[in-house]
Design a binder for this molecule. Sequence first.
Ligand SMILES: C[S@@+](CC[C@H](N)C(=O)[O-])C[C@H]1O[C@@H](n2cnc3c(N)ncnc32)[C@H](O)[C@@H]1O
Length: 208
Amino acid sequence: MLDRTRKLWETQDRAVGDRRPLFAAVAQGLDVSAVLYPGSYVDLAPSFVFPSVTYVDVDRRANQFFSDEEGVRALLAERGADPGRHTFRFLHADYQEPLALEERSFDLVVSLYAGFVSEHCTRYLRPGGHLLVNASHGDAAMASIDDRYRLAGVVRSRDGRYRLDGSGLERYLVPKRDVEITRESLHRSGRGVAYTTSPFAYLFERVG
Ligand SMILES: C[S@@+](CC[C@H](N)C(=O)[O-])C[C@H]1O[C@@H](n2cnc3c(N)ncnc32)[C@H](O)[C@@H]1O
C-alpha cells in the first residue's frame, strides 16, 4: 500500500468517524447488493458492508486513493471485509455529467455532503431501490420534492449507534420556517432546509 493511501484514509477516518455502523444499519433493513456513491471522496466505509460499491468523485486525491487498488484492498482486509467478496470501482468523473453506468441498475445511491446527487444520479437507481441522503447540502430537501421518491425511513444516531426507523415518518421533513421549497430555491441557497426534527439521514425509495 502506498503511504499516501493510508494517510488519506486515516484523515478521512478522523474527520468523519467510523461510518460502518451507519451502513450496517441500512444493510440490516434493506436487501442491497450494488451501491453507487457519487461525491464519495475516500469514504471507503460502504465497502466494509456492501458487496459491490461504485465510487465517483472529481477530486484528484480520491482518484489517487482508488488507483492504489492493492492498497484499498489491504484497507478492506484490515477492516475484516473479504476483498474477494467486496468489489469496488472508482470513476474519476463529475456526477453531473452522464456516467458510464447502466441506468436503473443500483440498489442504493448514497448522497452525503456532496451536493444535489439525487438530481443527477437517480437515473442509475432501480425502481424500488433507495437513496440514503443527509440534509446538509440540501439534497434531502431536493429528494423530498421529487415525485420519483417517497420517504421510506430515517436513520437515527445516538452515541455512535445507528438505527433505521420506518415509523412516525410524518414527523420528518417539516420545515421550521414556513417557506416554499423548490428546486430553484435549493439551488439558490445551496444549503439544507432546517427541519423541526433532524435525524442523521433519510432513506427515500424510488417509486417513479
Ligand atoms: C465534503 S466531501 C464529502 C465526501 C464524502 N461523501 C463524505 O461524506 O465523507 C464532498 C465530495 O464531493 C465531491 N463532489 C462534489 N461535487 C461533485 C461532482 N459534481 N462530481 C463528483 N464529485 C463531486 C467533492 O470532490 C468532494 O470529494
